[in-house]
Structures are given as C-alpha cells and as structure tokens.
Write a protein that binds this ligand. Sequence first.
Ligand code: SF4
Length: 361
Amino acid sequence: MALKYIEEYRDATLARDLIKKIHGVSKRKLRLMEVCGTHTMSIFKHGIRSVIPEGITLLSGPGCPVCVTAQKDIDAFVEFARVKNVIVTTFGDLMKVPGSSSTLAKEKASGADVRIVYSVFDAINIAKDNIDKEVVFCAVGFETTIPTIAASILMGIEAKIDNFSIYSANKLTPPALAALMVTKGVEIDGFILPGHVSVITGTNAYRDTFEKYDVPSVISGFEPIDILKAILLLIEQNEIGKPALENAYPRAVSDQGNVKAQQIMNQVFEVCNAFWRGIGEIPLSGMGLKKEYQVFDAAIKFGMDMPEVPEPKGCACGEILMGLKTPEQCALYKKKCTPMTPVGPCMVSTEGSCAAFYRYS
Ligand code: SF4
C-alpha cells in the first residue's frame, strides 16, 4: 500500500478494507498501547475504537509530555513564577496543570509574568527584549522538541544572552517503554510507537527494548489509515506469534532518524535519570544540560530543587499512563475533574487521555 497524498490516508474505502482485515485476523483479546498523545487524539477523533473488534483494547501510554511531567516539576514552574524579576515562558498546555499549591495560570492572574510561547525561540526573543529580567523556559517534551531546545541554547551562546535559562523536564521514550515492561500488573501485547518522536530517533532507537522484551512494536503515522494499519500489523504479529519491530510510517521515519537533530541534542544535553508521573524515577530516561551548558540550567541558577510529592488525591493519571486504568475508572472523572476543573494533567492537556475521553466518548 504505497500512498502519496494525505487524503489517501483518510480514504474511506481503504479504511473499510483495513477494518475488514483486522476483524478477519483478530482471534483473541489483546491490549495495545498507543504511546503518543497525538495518536490518542487521532484514535478518538476518527472513531477508531468503535470500529475494531471488542477484544482489542487500546490503552493510552506515557506519550503526552505534559501528562508525564512529575508533580515536583510542576511545582518548580510555579515557584519560578513567584521569583521577583523572572519571566516564565511555557507552552499553553502547562498553564492549568495543578501543582501542589497553585498553577501557572493562577500565578499569572496574581500578577506573575508568565507568558505562553509557541516555540522556545520565542522565549529567546523575550530574553533579548528584557535584559533586566531573567527568562525561564519550562522545557517539557520528548525527542521531538529536545533538539530545538538544544538549538536555542546554542543560539543564546552566539547572541551572548545571559538572562535565559531552561528547567529541563525533558524525557526519552524508549526507557519508558522498557520501564512499563517490568512494571507489576502492566500487560501490553503491542506498542503503537510514536511517529513524531521516531522521525528524530529513527527505528533503531527501539531495537534494544524490542530485543529485550520481544513485544510487537509498530511505528505509526497519525492518519486513520496509518493507525488502522499499525493495529492490523500488531494483531497479525500476535496471532502468528512472531513479534517484530516494524516501521509503518516510512514516509517520515528512517532507521537512523534525523542524525543532525540527534547531534545537536547530544551536543547540549546528556542522558540522566528522570521522574515520570505515576511511574517514578526511570534510570537514564531524561535529558539534562551538559556541564559546559549548565549556565543555562534554571534549576542551578536559582537553586531550585523541589521535593517529590504525591499526585493530587484521587487522581489516577499515573495508573492511566501505565495502562493500568482508563479515565472512566477514576472516581473523579466527570465529577470533580472536568476540563474546566481539572485535577490532573491528563484532563488539562489537549493530548491527555482523560481530556480525550471527556471530549469524544
Ligand atoms: S479524570 Fe482527572 S483526576 Fe481522574 S485521572 Fe484523569 S486527570 Fe486525574
């Protein structure tokens, strides 16, 4: 199936054909996890859950960057907003995520200088225009955004900017998948691997995890045909008992990935341990600034080291991110927790599982 244009990836005839094949090969119950928040949204938006066999359960994994950000990192963002002469710059999704005592939105309403940016480069420009203030960028993202943040640091050096820093809560995808595979109670029969992340990492980035855990894994794009095809491949792999690592998004993903982006990322950042909401600390799953770039590290610059704190009482975001619960199994869902009154990040983020359930189910 070689398709050239985006409309073809939404073609109803092709979709019907794939759905028929899926029903034809599906013989038993399977739990498939879509790792990326954009997949979660696309699956809901295109009604994919309603056209696949009942025995196929789709779980949302740890692929929404805001959702996996640990409570202590959210608290740090709020704390930066309270520091005199600091401008906090952030993507919009973080504004309403509840920290232990406040949100960035509430701090802004109380007078703090918190600005929504669409790219880290906007934050650099804000720093250039406000040389009497410190600008902190809340760096929350995966392999997709880390190279851009690295490029902004290099740009800051070139422009001799010394009032810009980042708080890195950046994370890497493959270590999270490996952590899930050894977490008690987690049952996953296949991963729908994230397309955007894979554009940067390439297929090879998953090879170690795949070889160690032998779990069916398919890289997928975001159109309905892409996702249905990935589901079909995962079911086929399970049914014939031959797990494989397949790239079903070859129009964007290569084996090596974007080598230039990887080089920039690895020039500025190094692998470190990181805290994930619900999962806890995963060794070598984060990206911290290398020693020579730590002058741009907001945590060091401001001595910011917030304690790890539990998730909001009753919130099941952590279990949802591990595929242990669905949003509907959270006692607060649609009661105390709604998009207008979110308790956890999974209800705040546009890519969050709870927000997707609320909007589409
Ligand atoms: S519904 Fe709200 S409280 Fe429950 S898991 Fe989702 S975000 Fe957390």
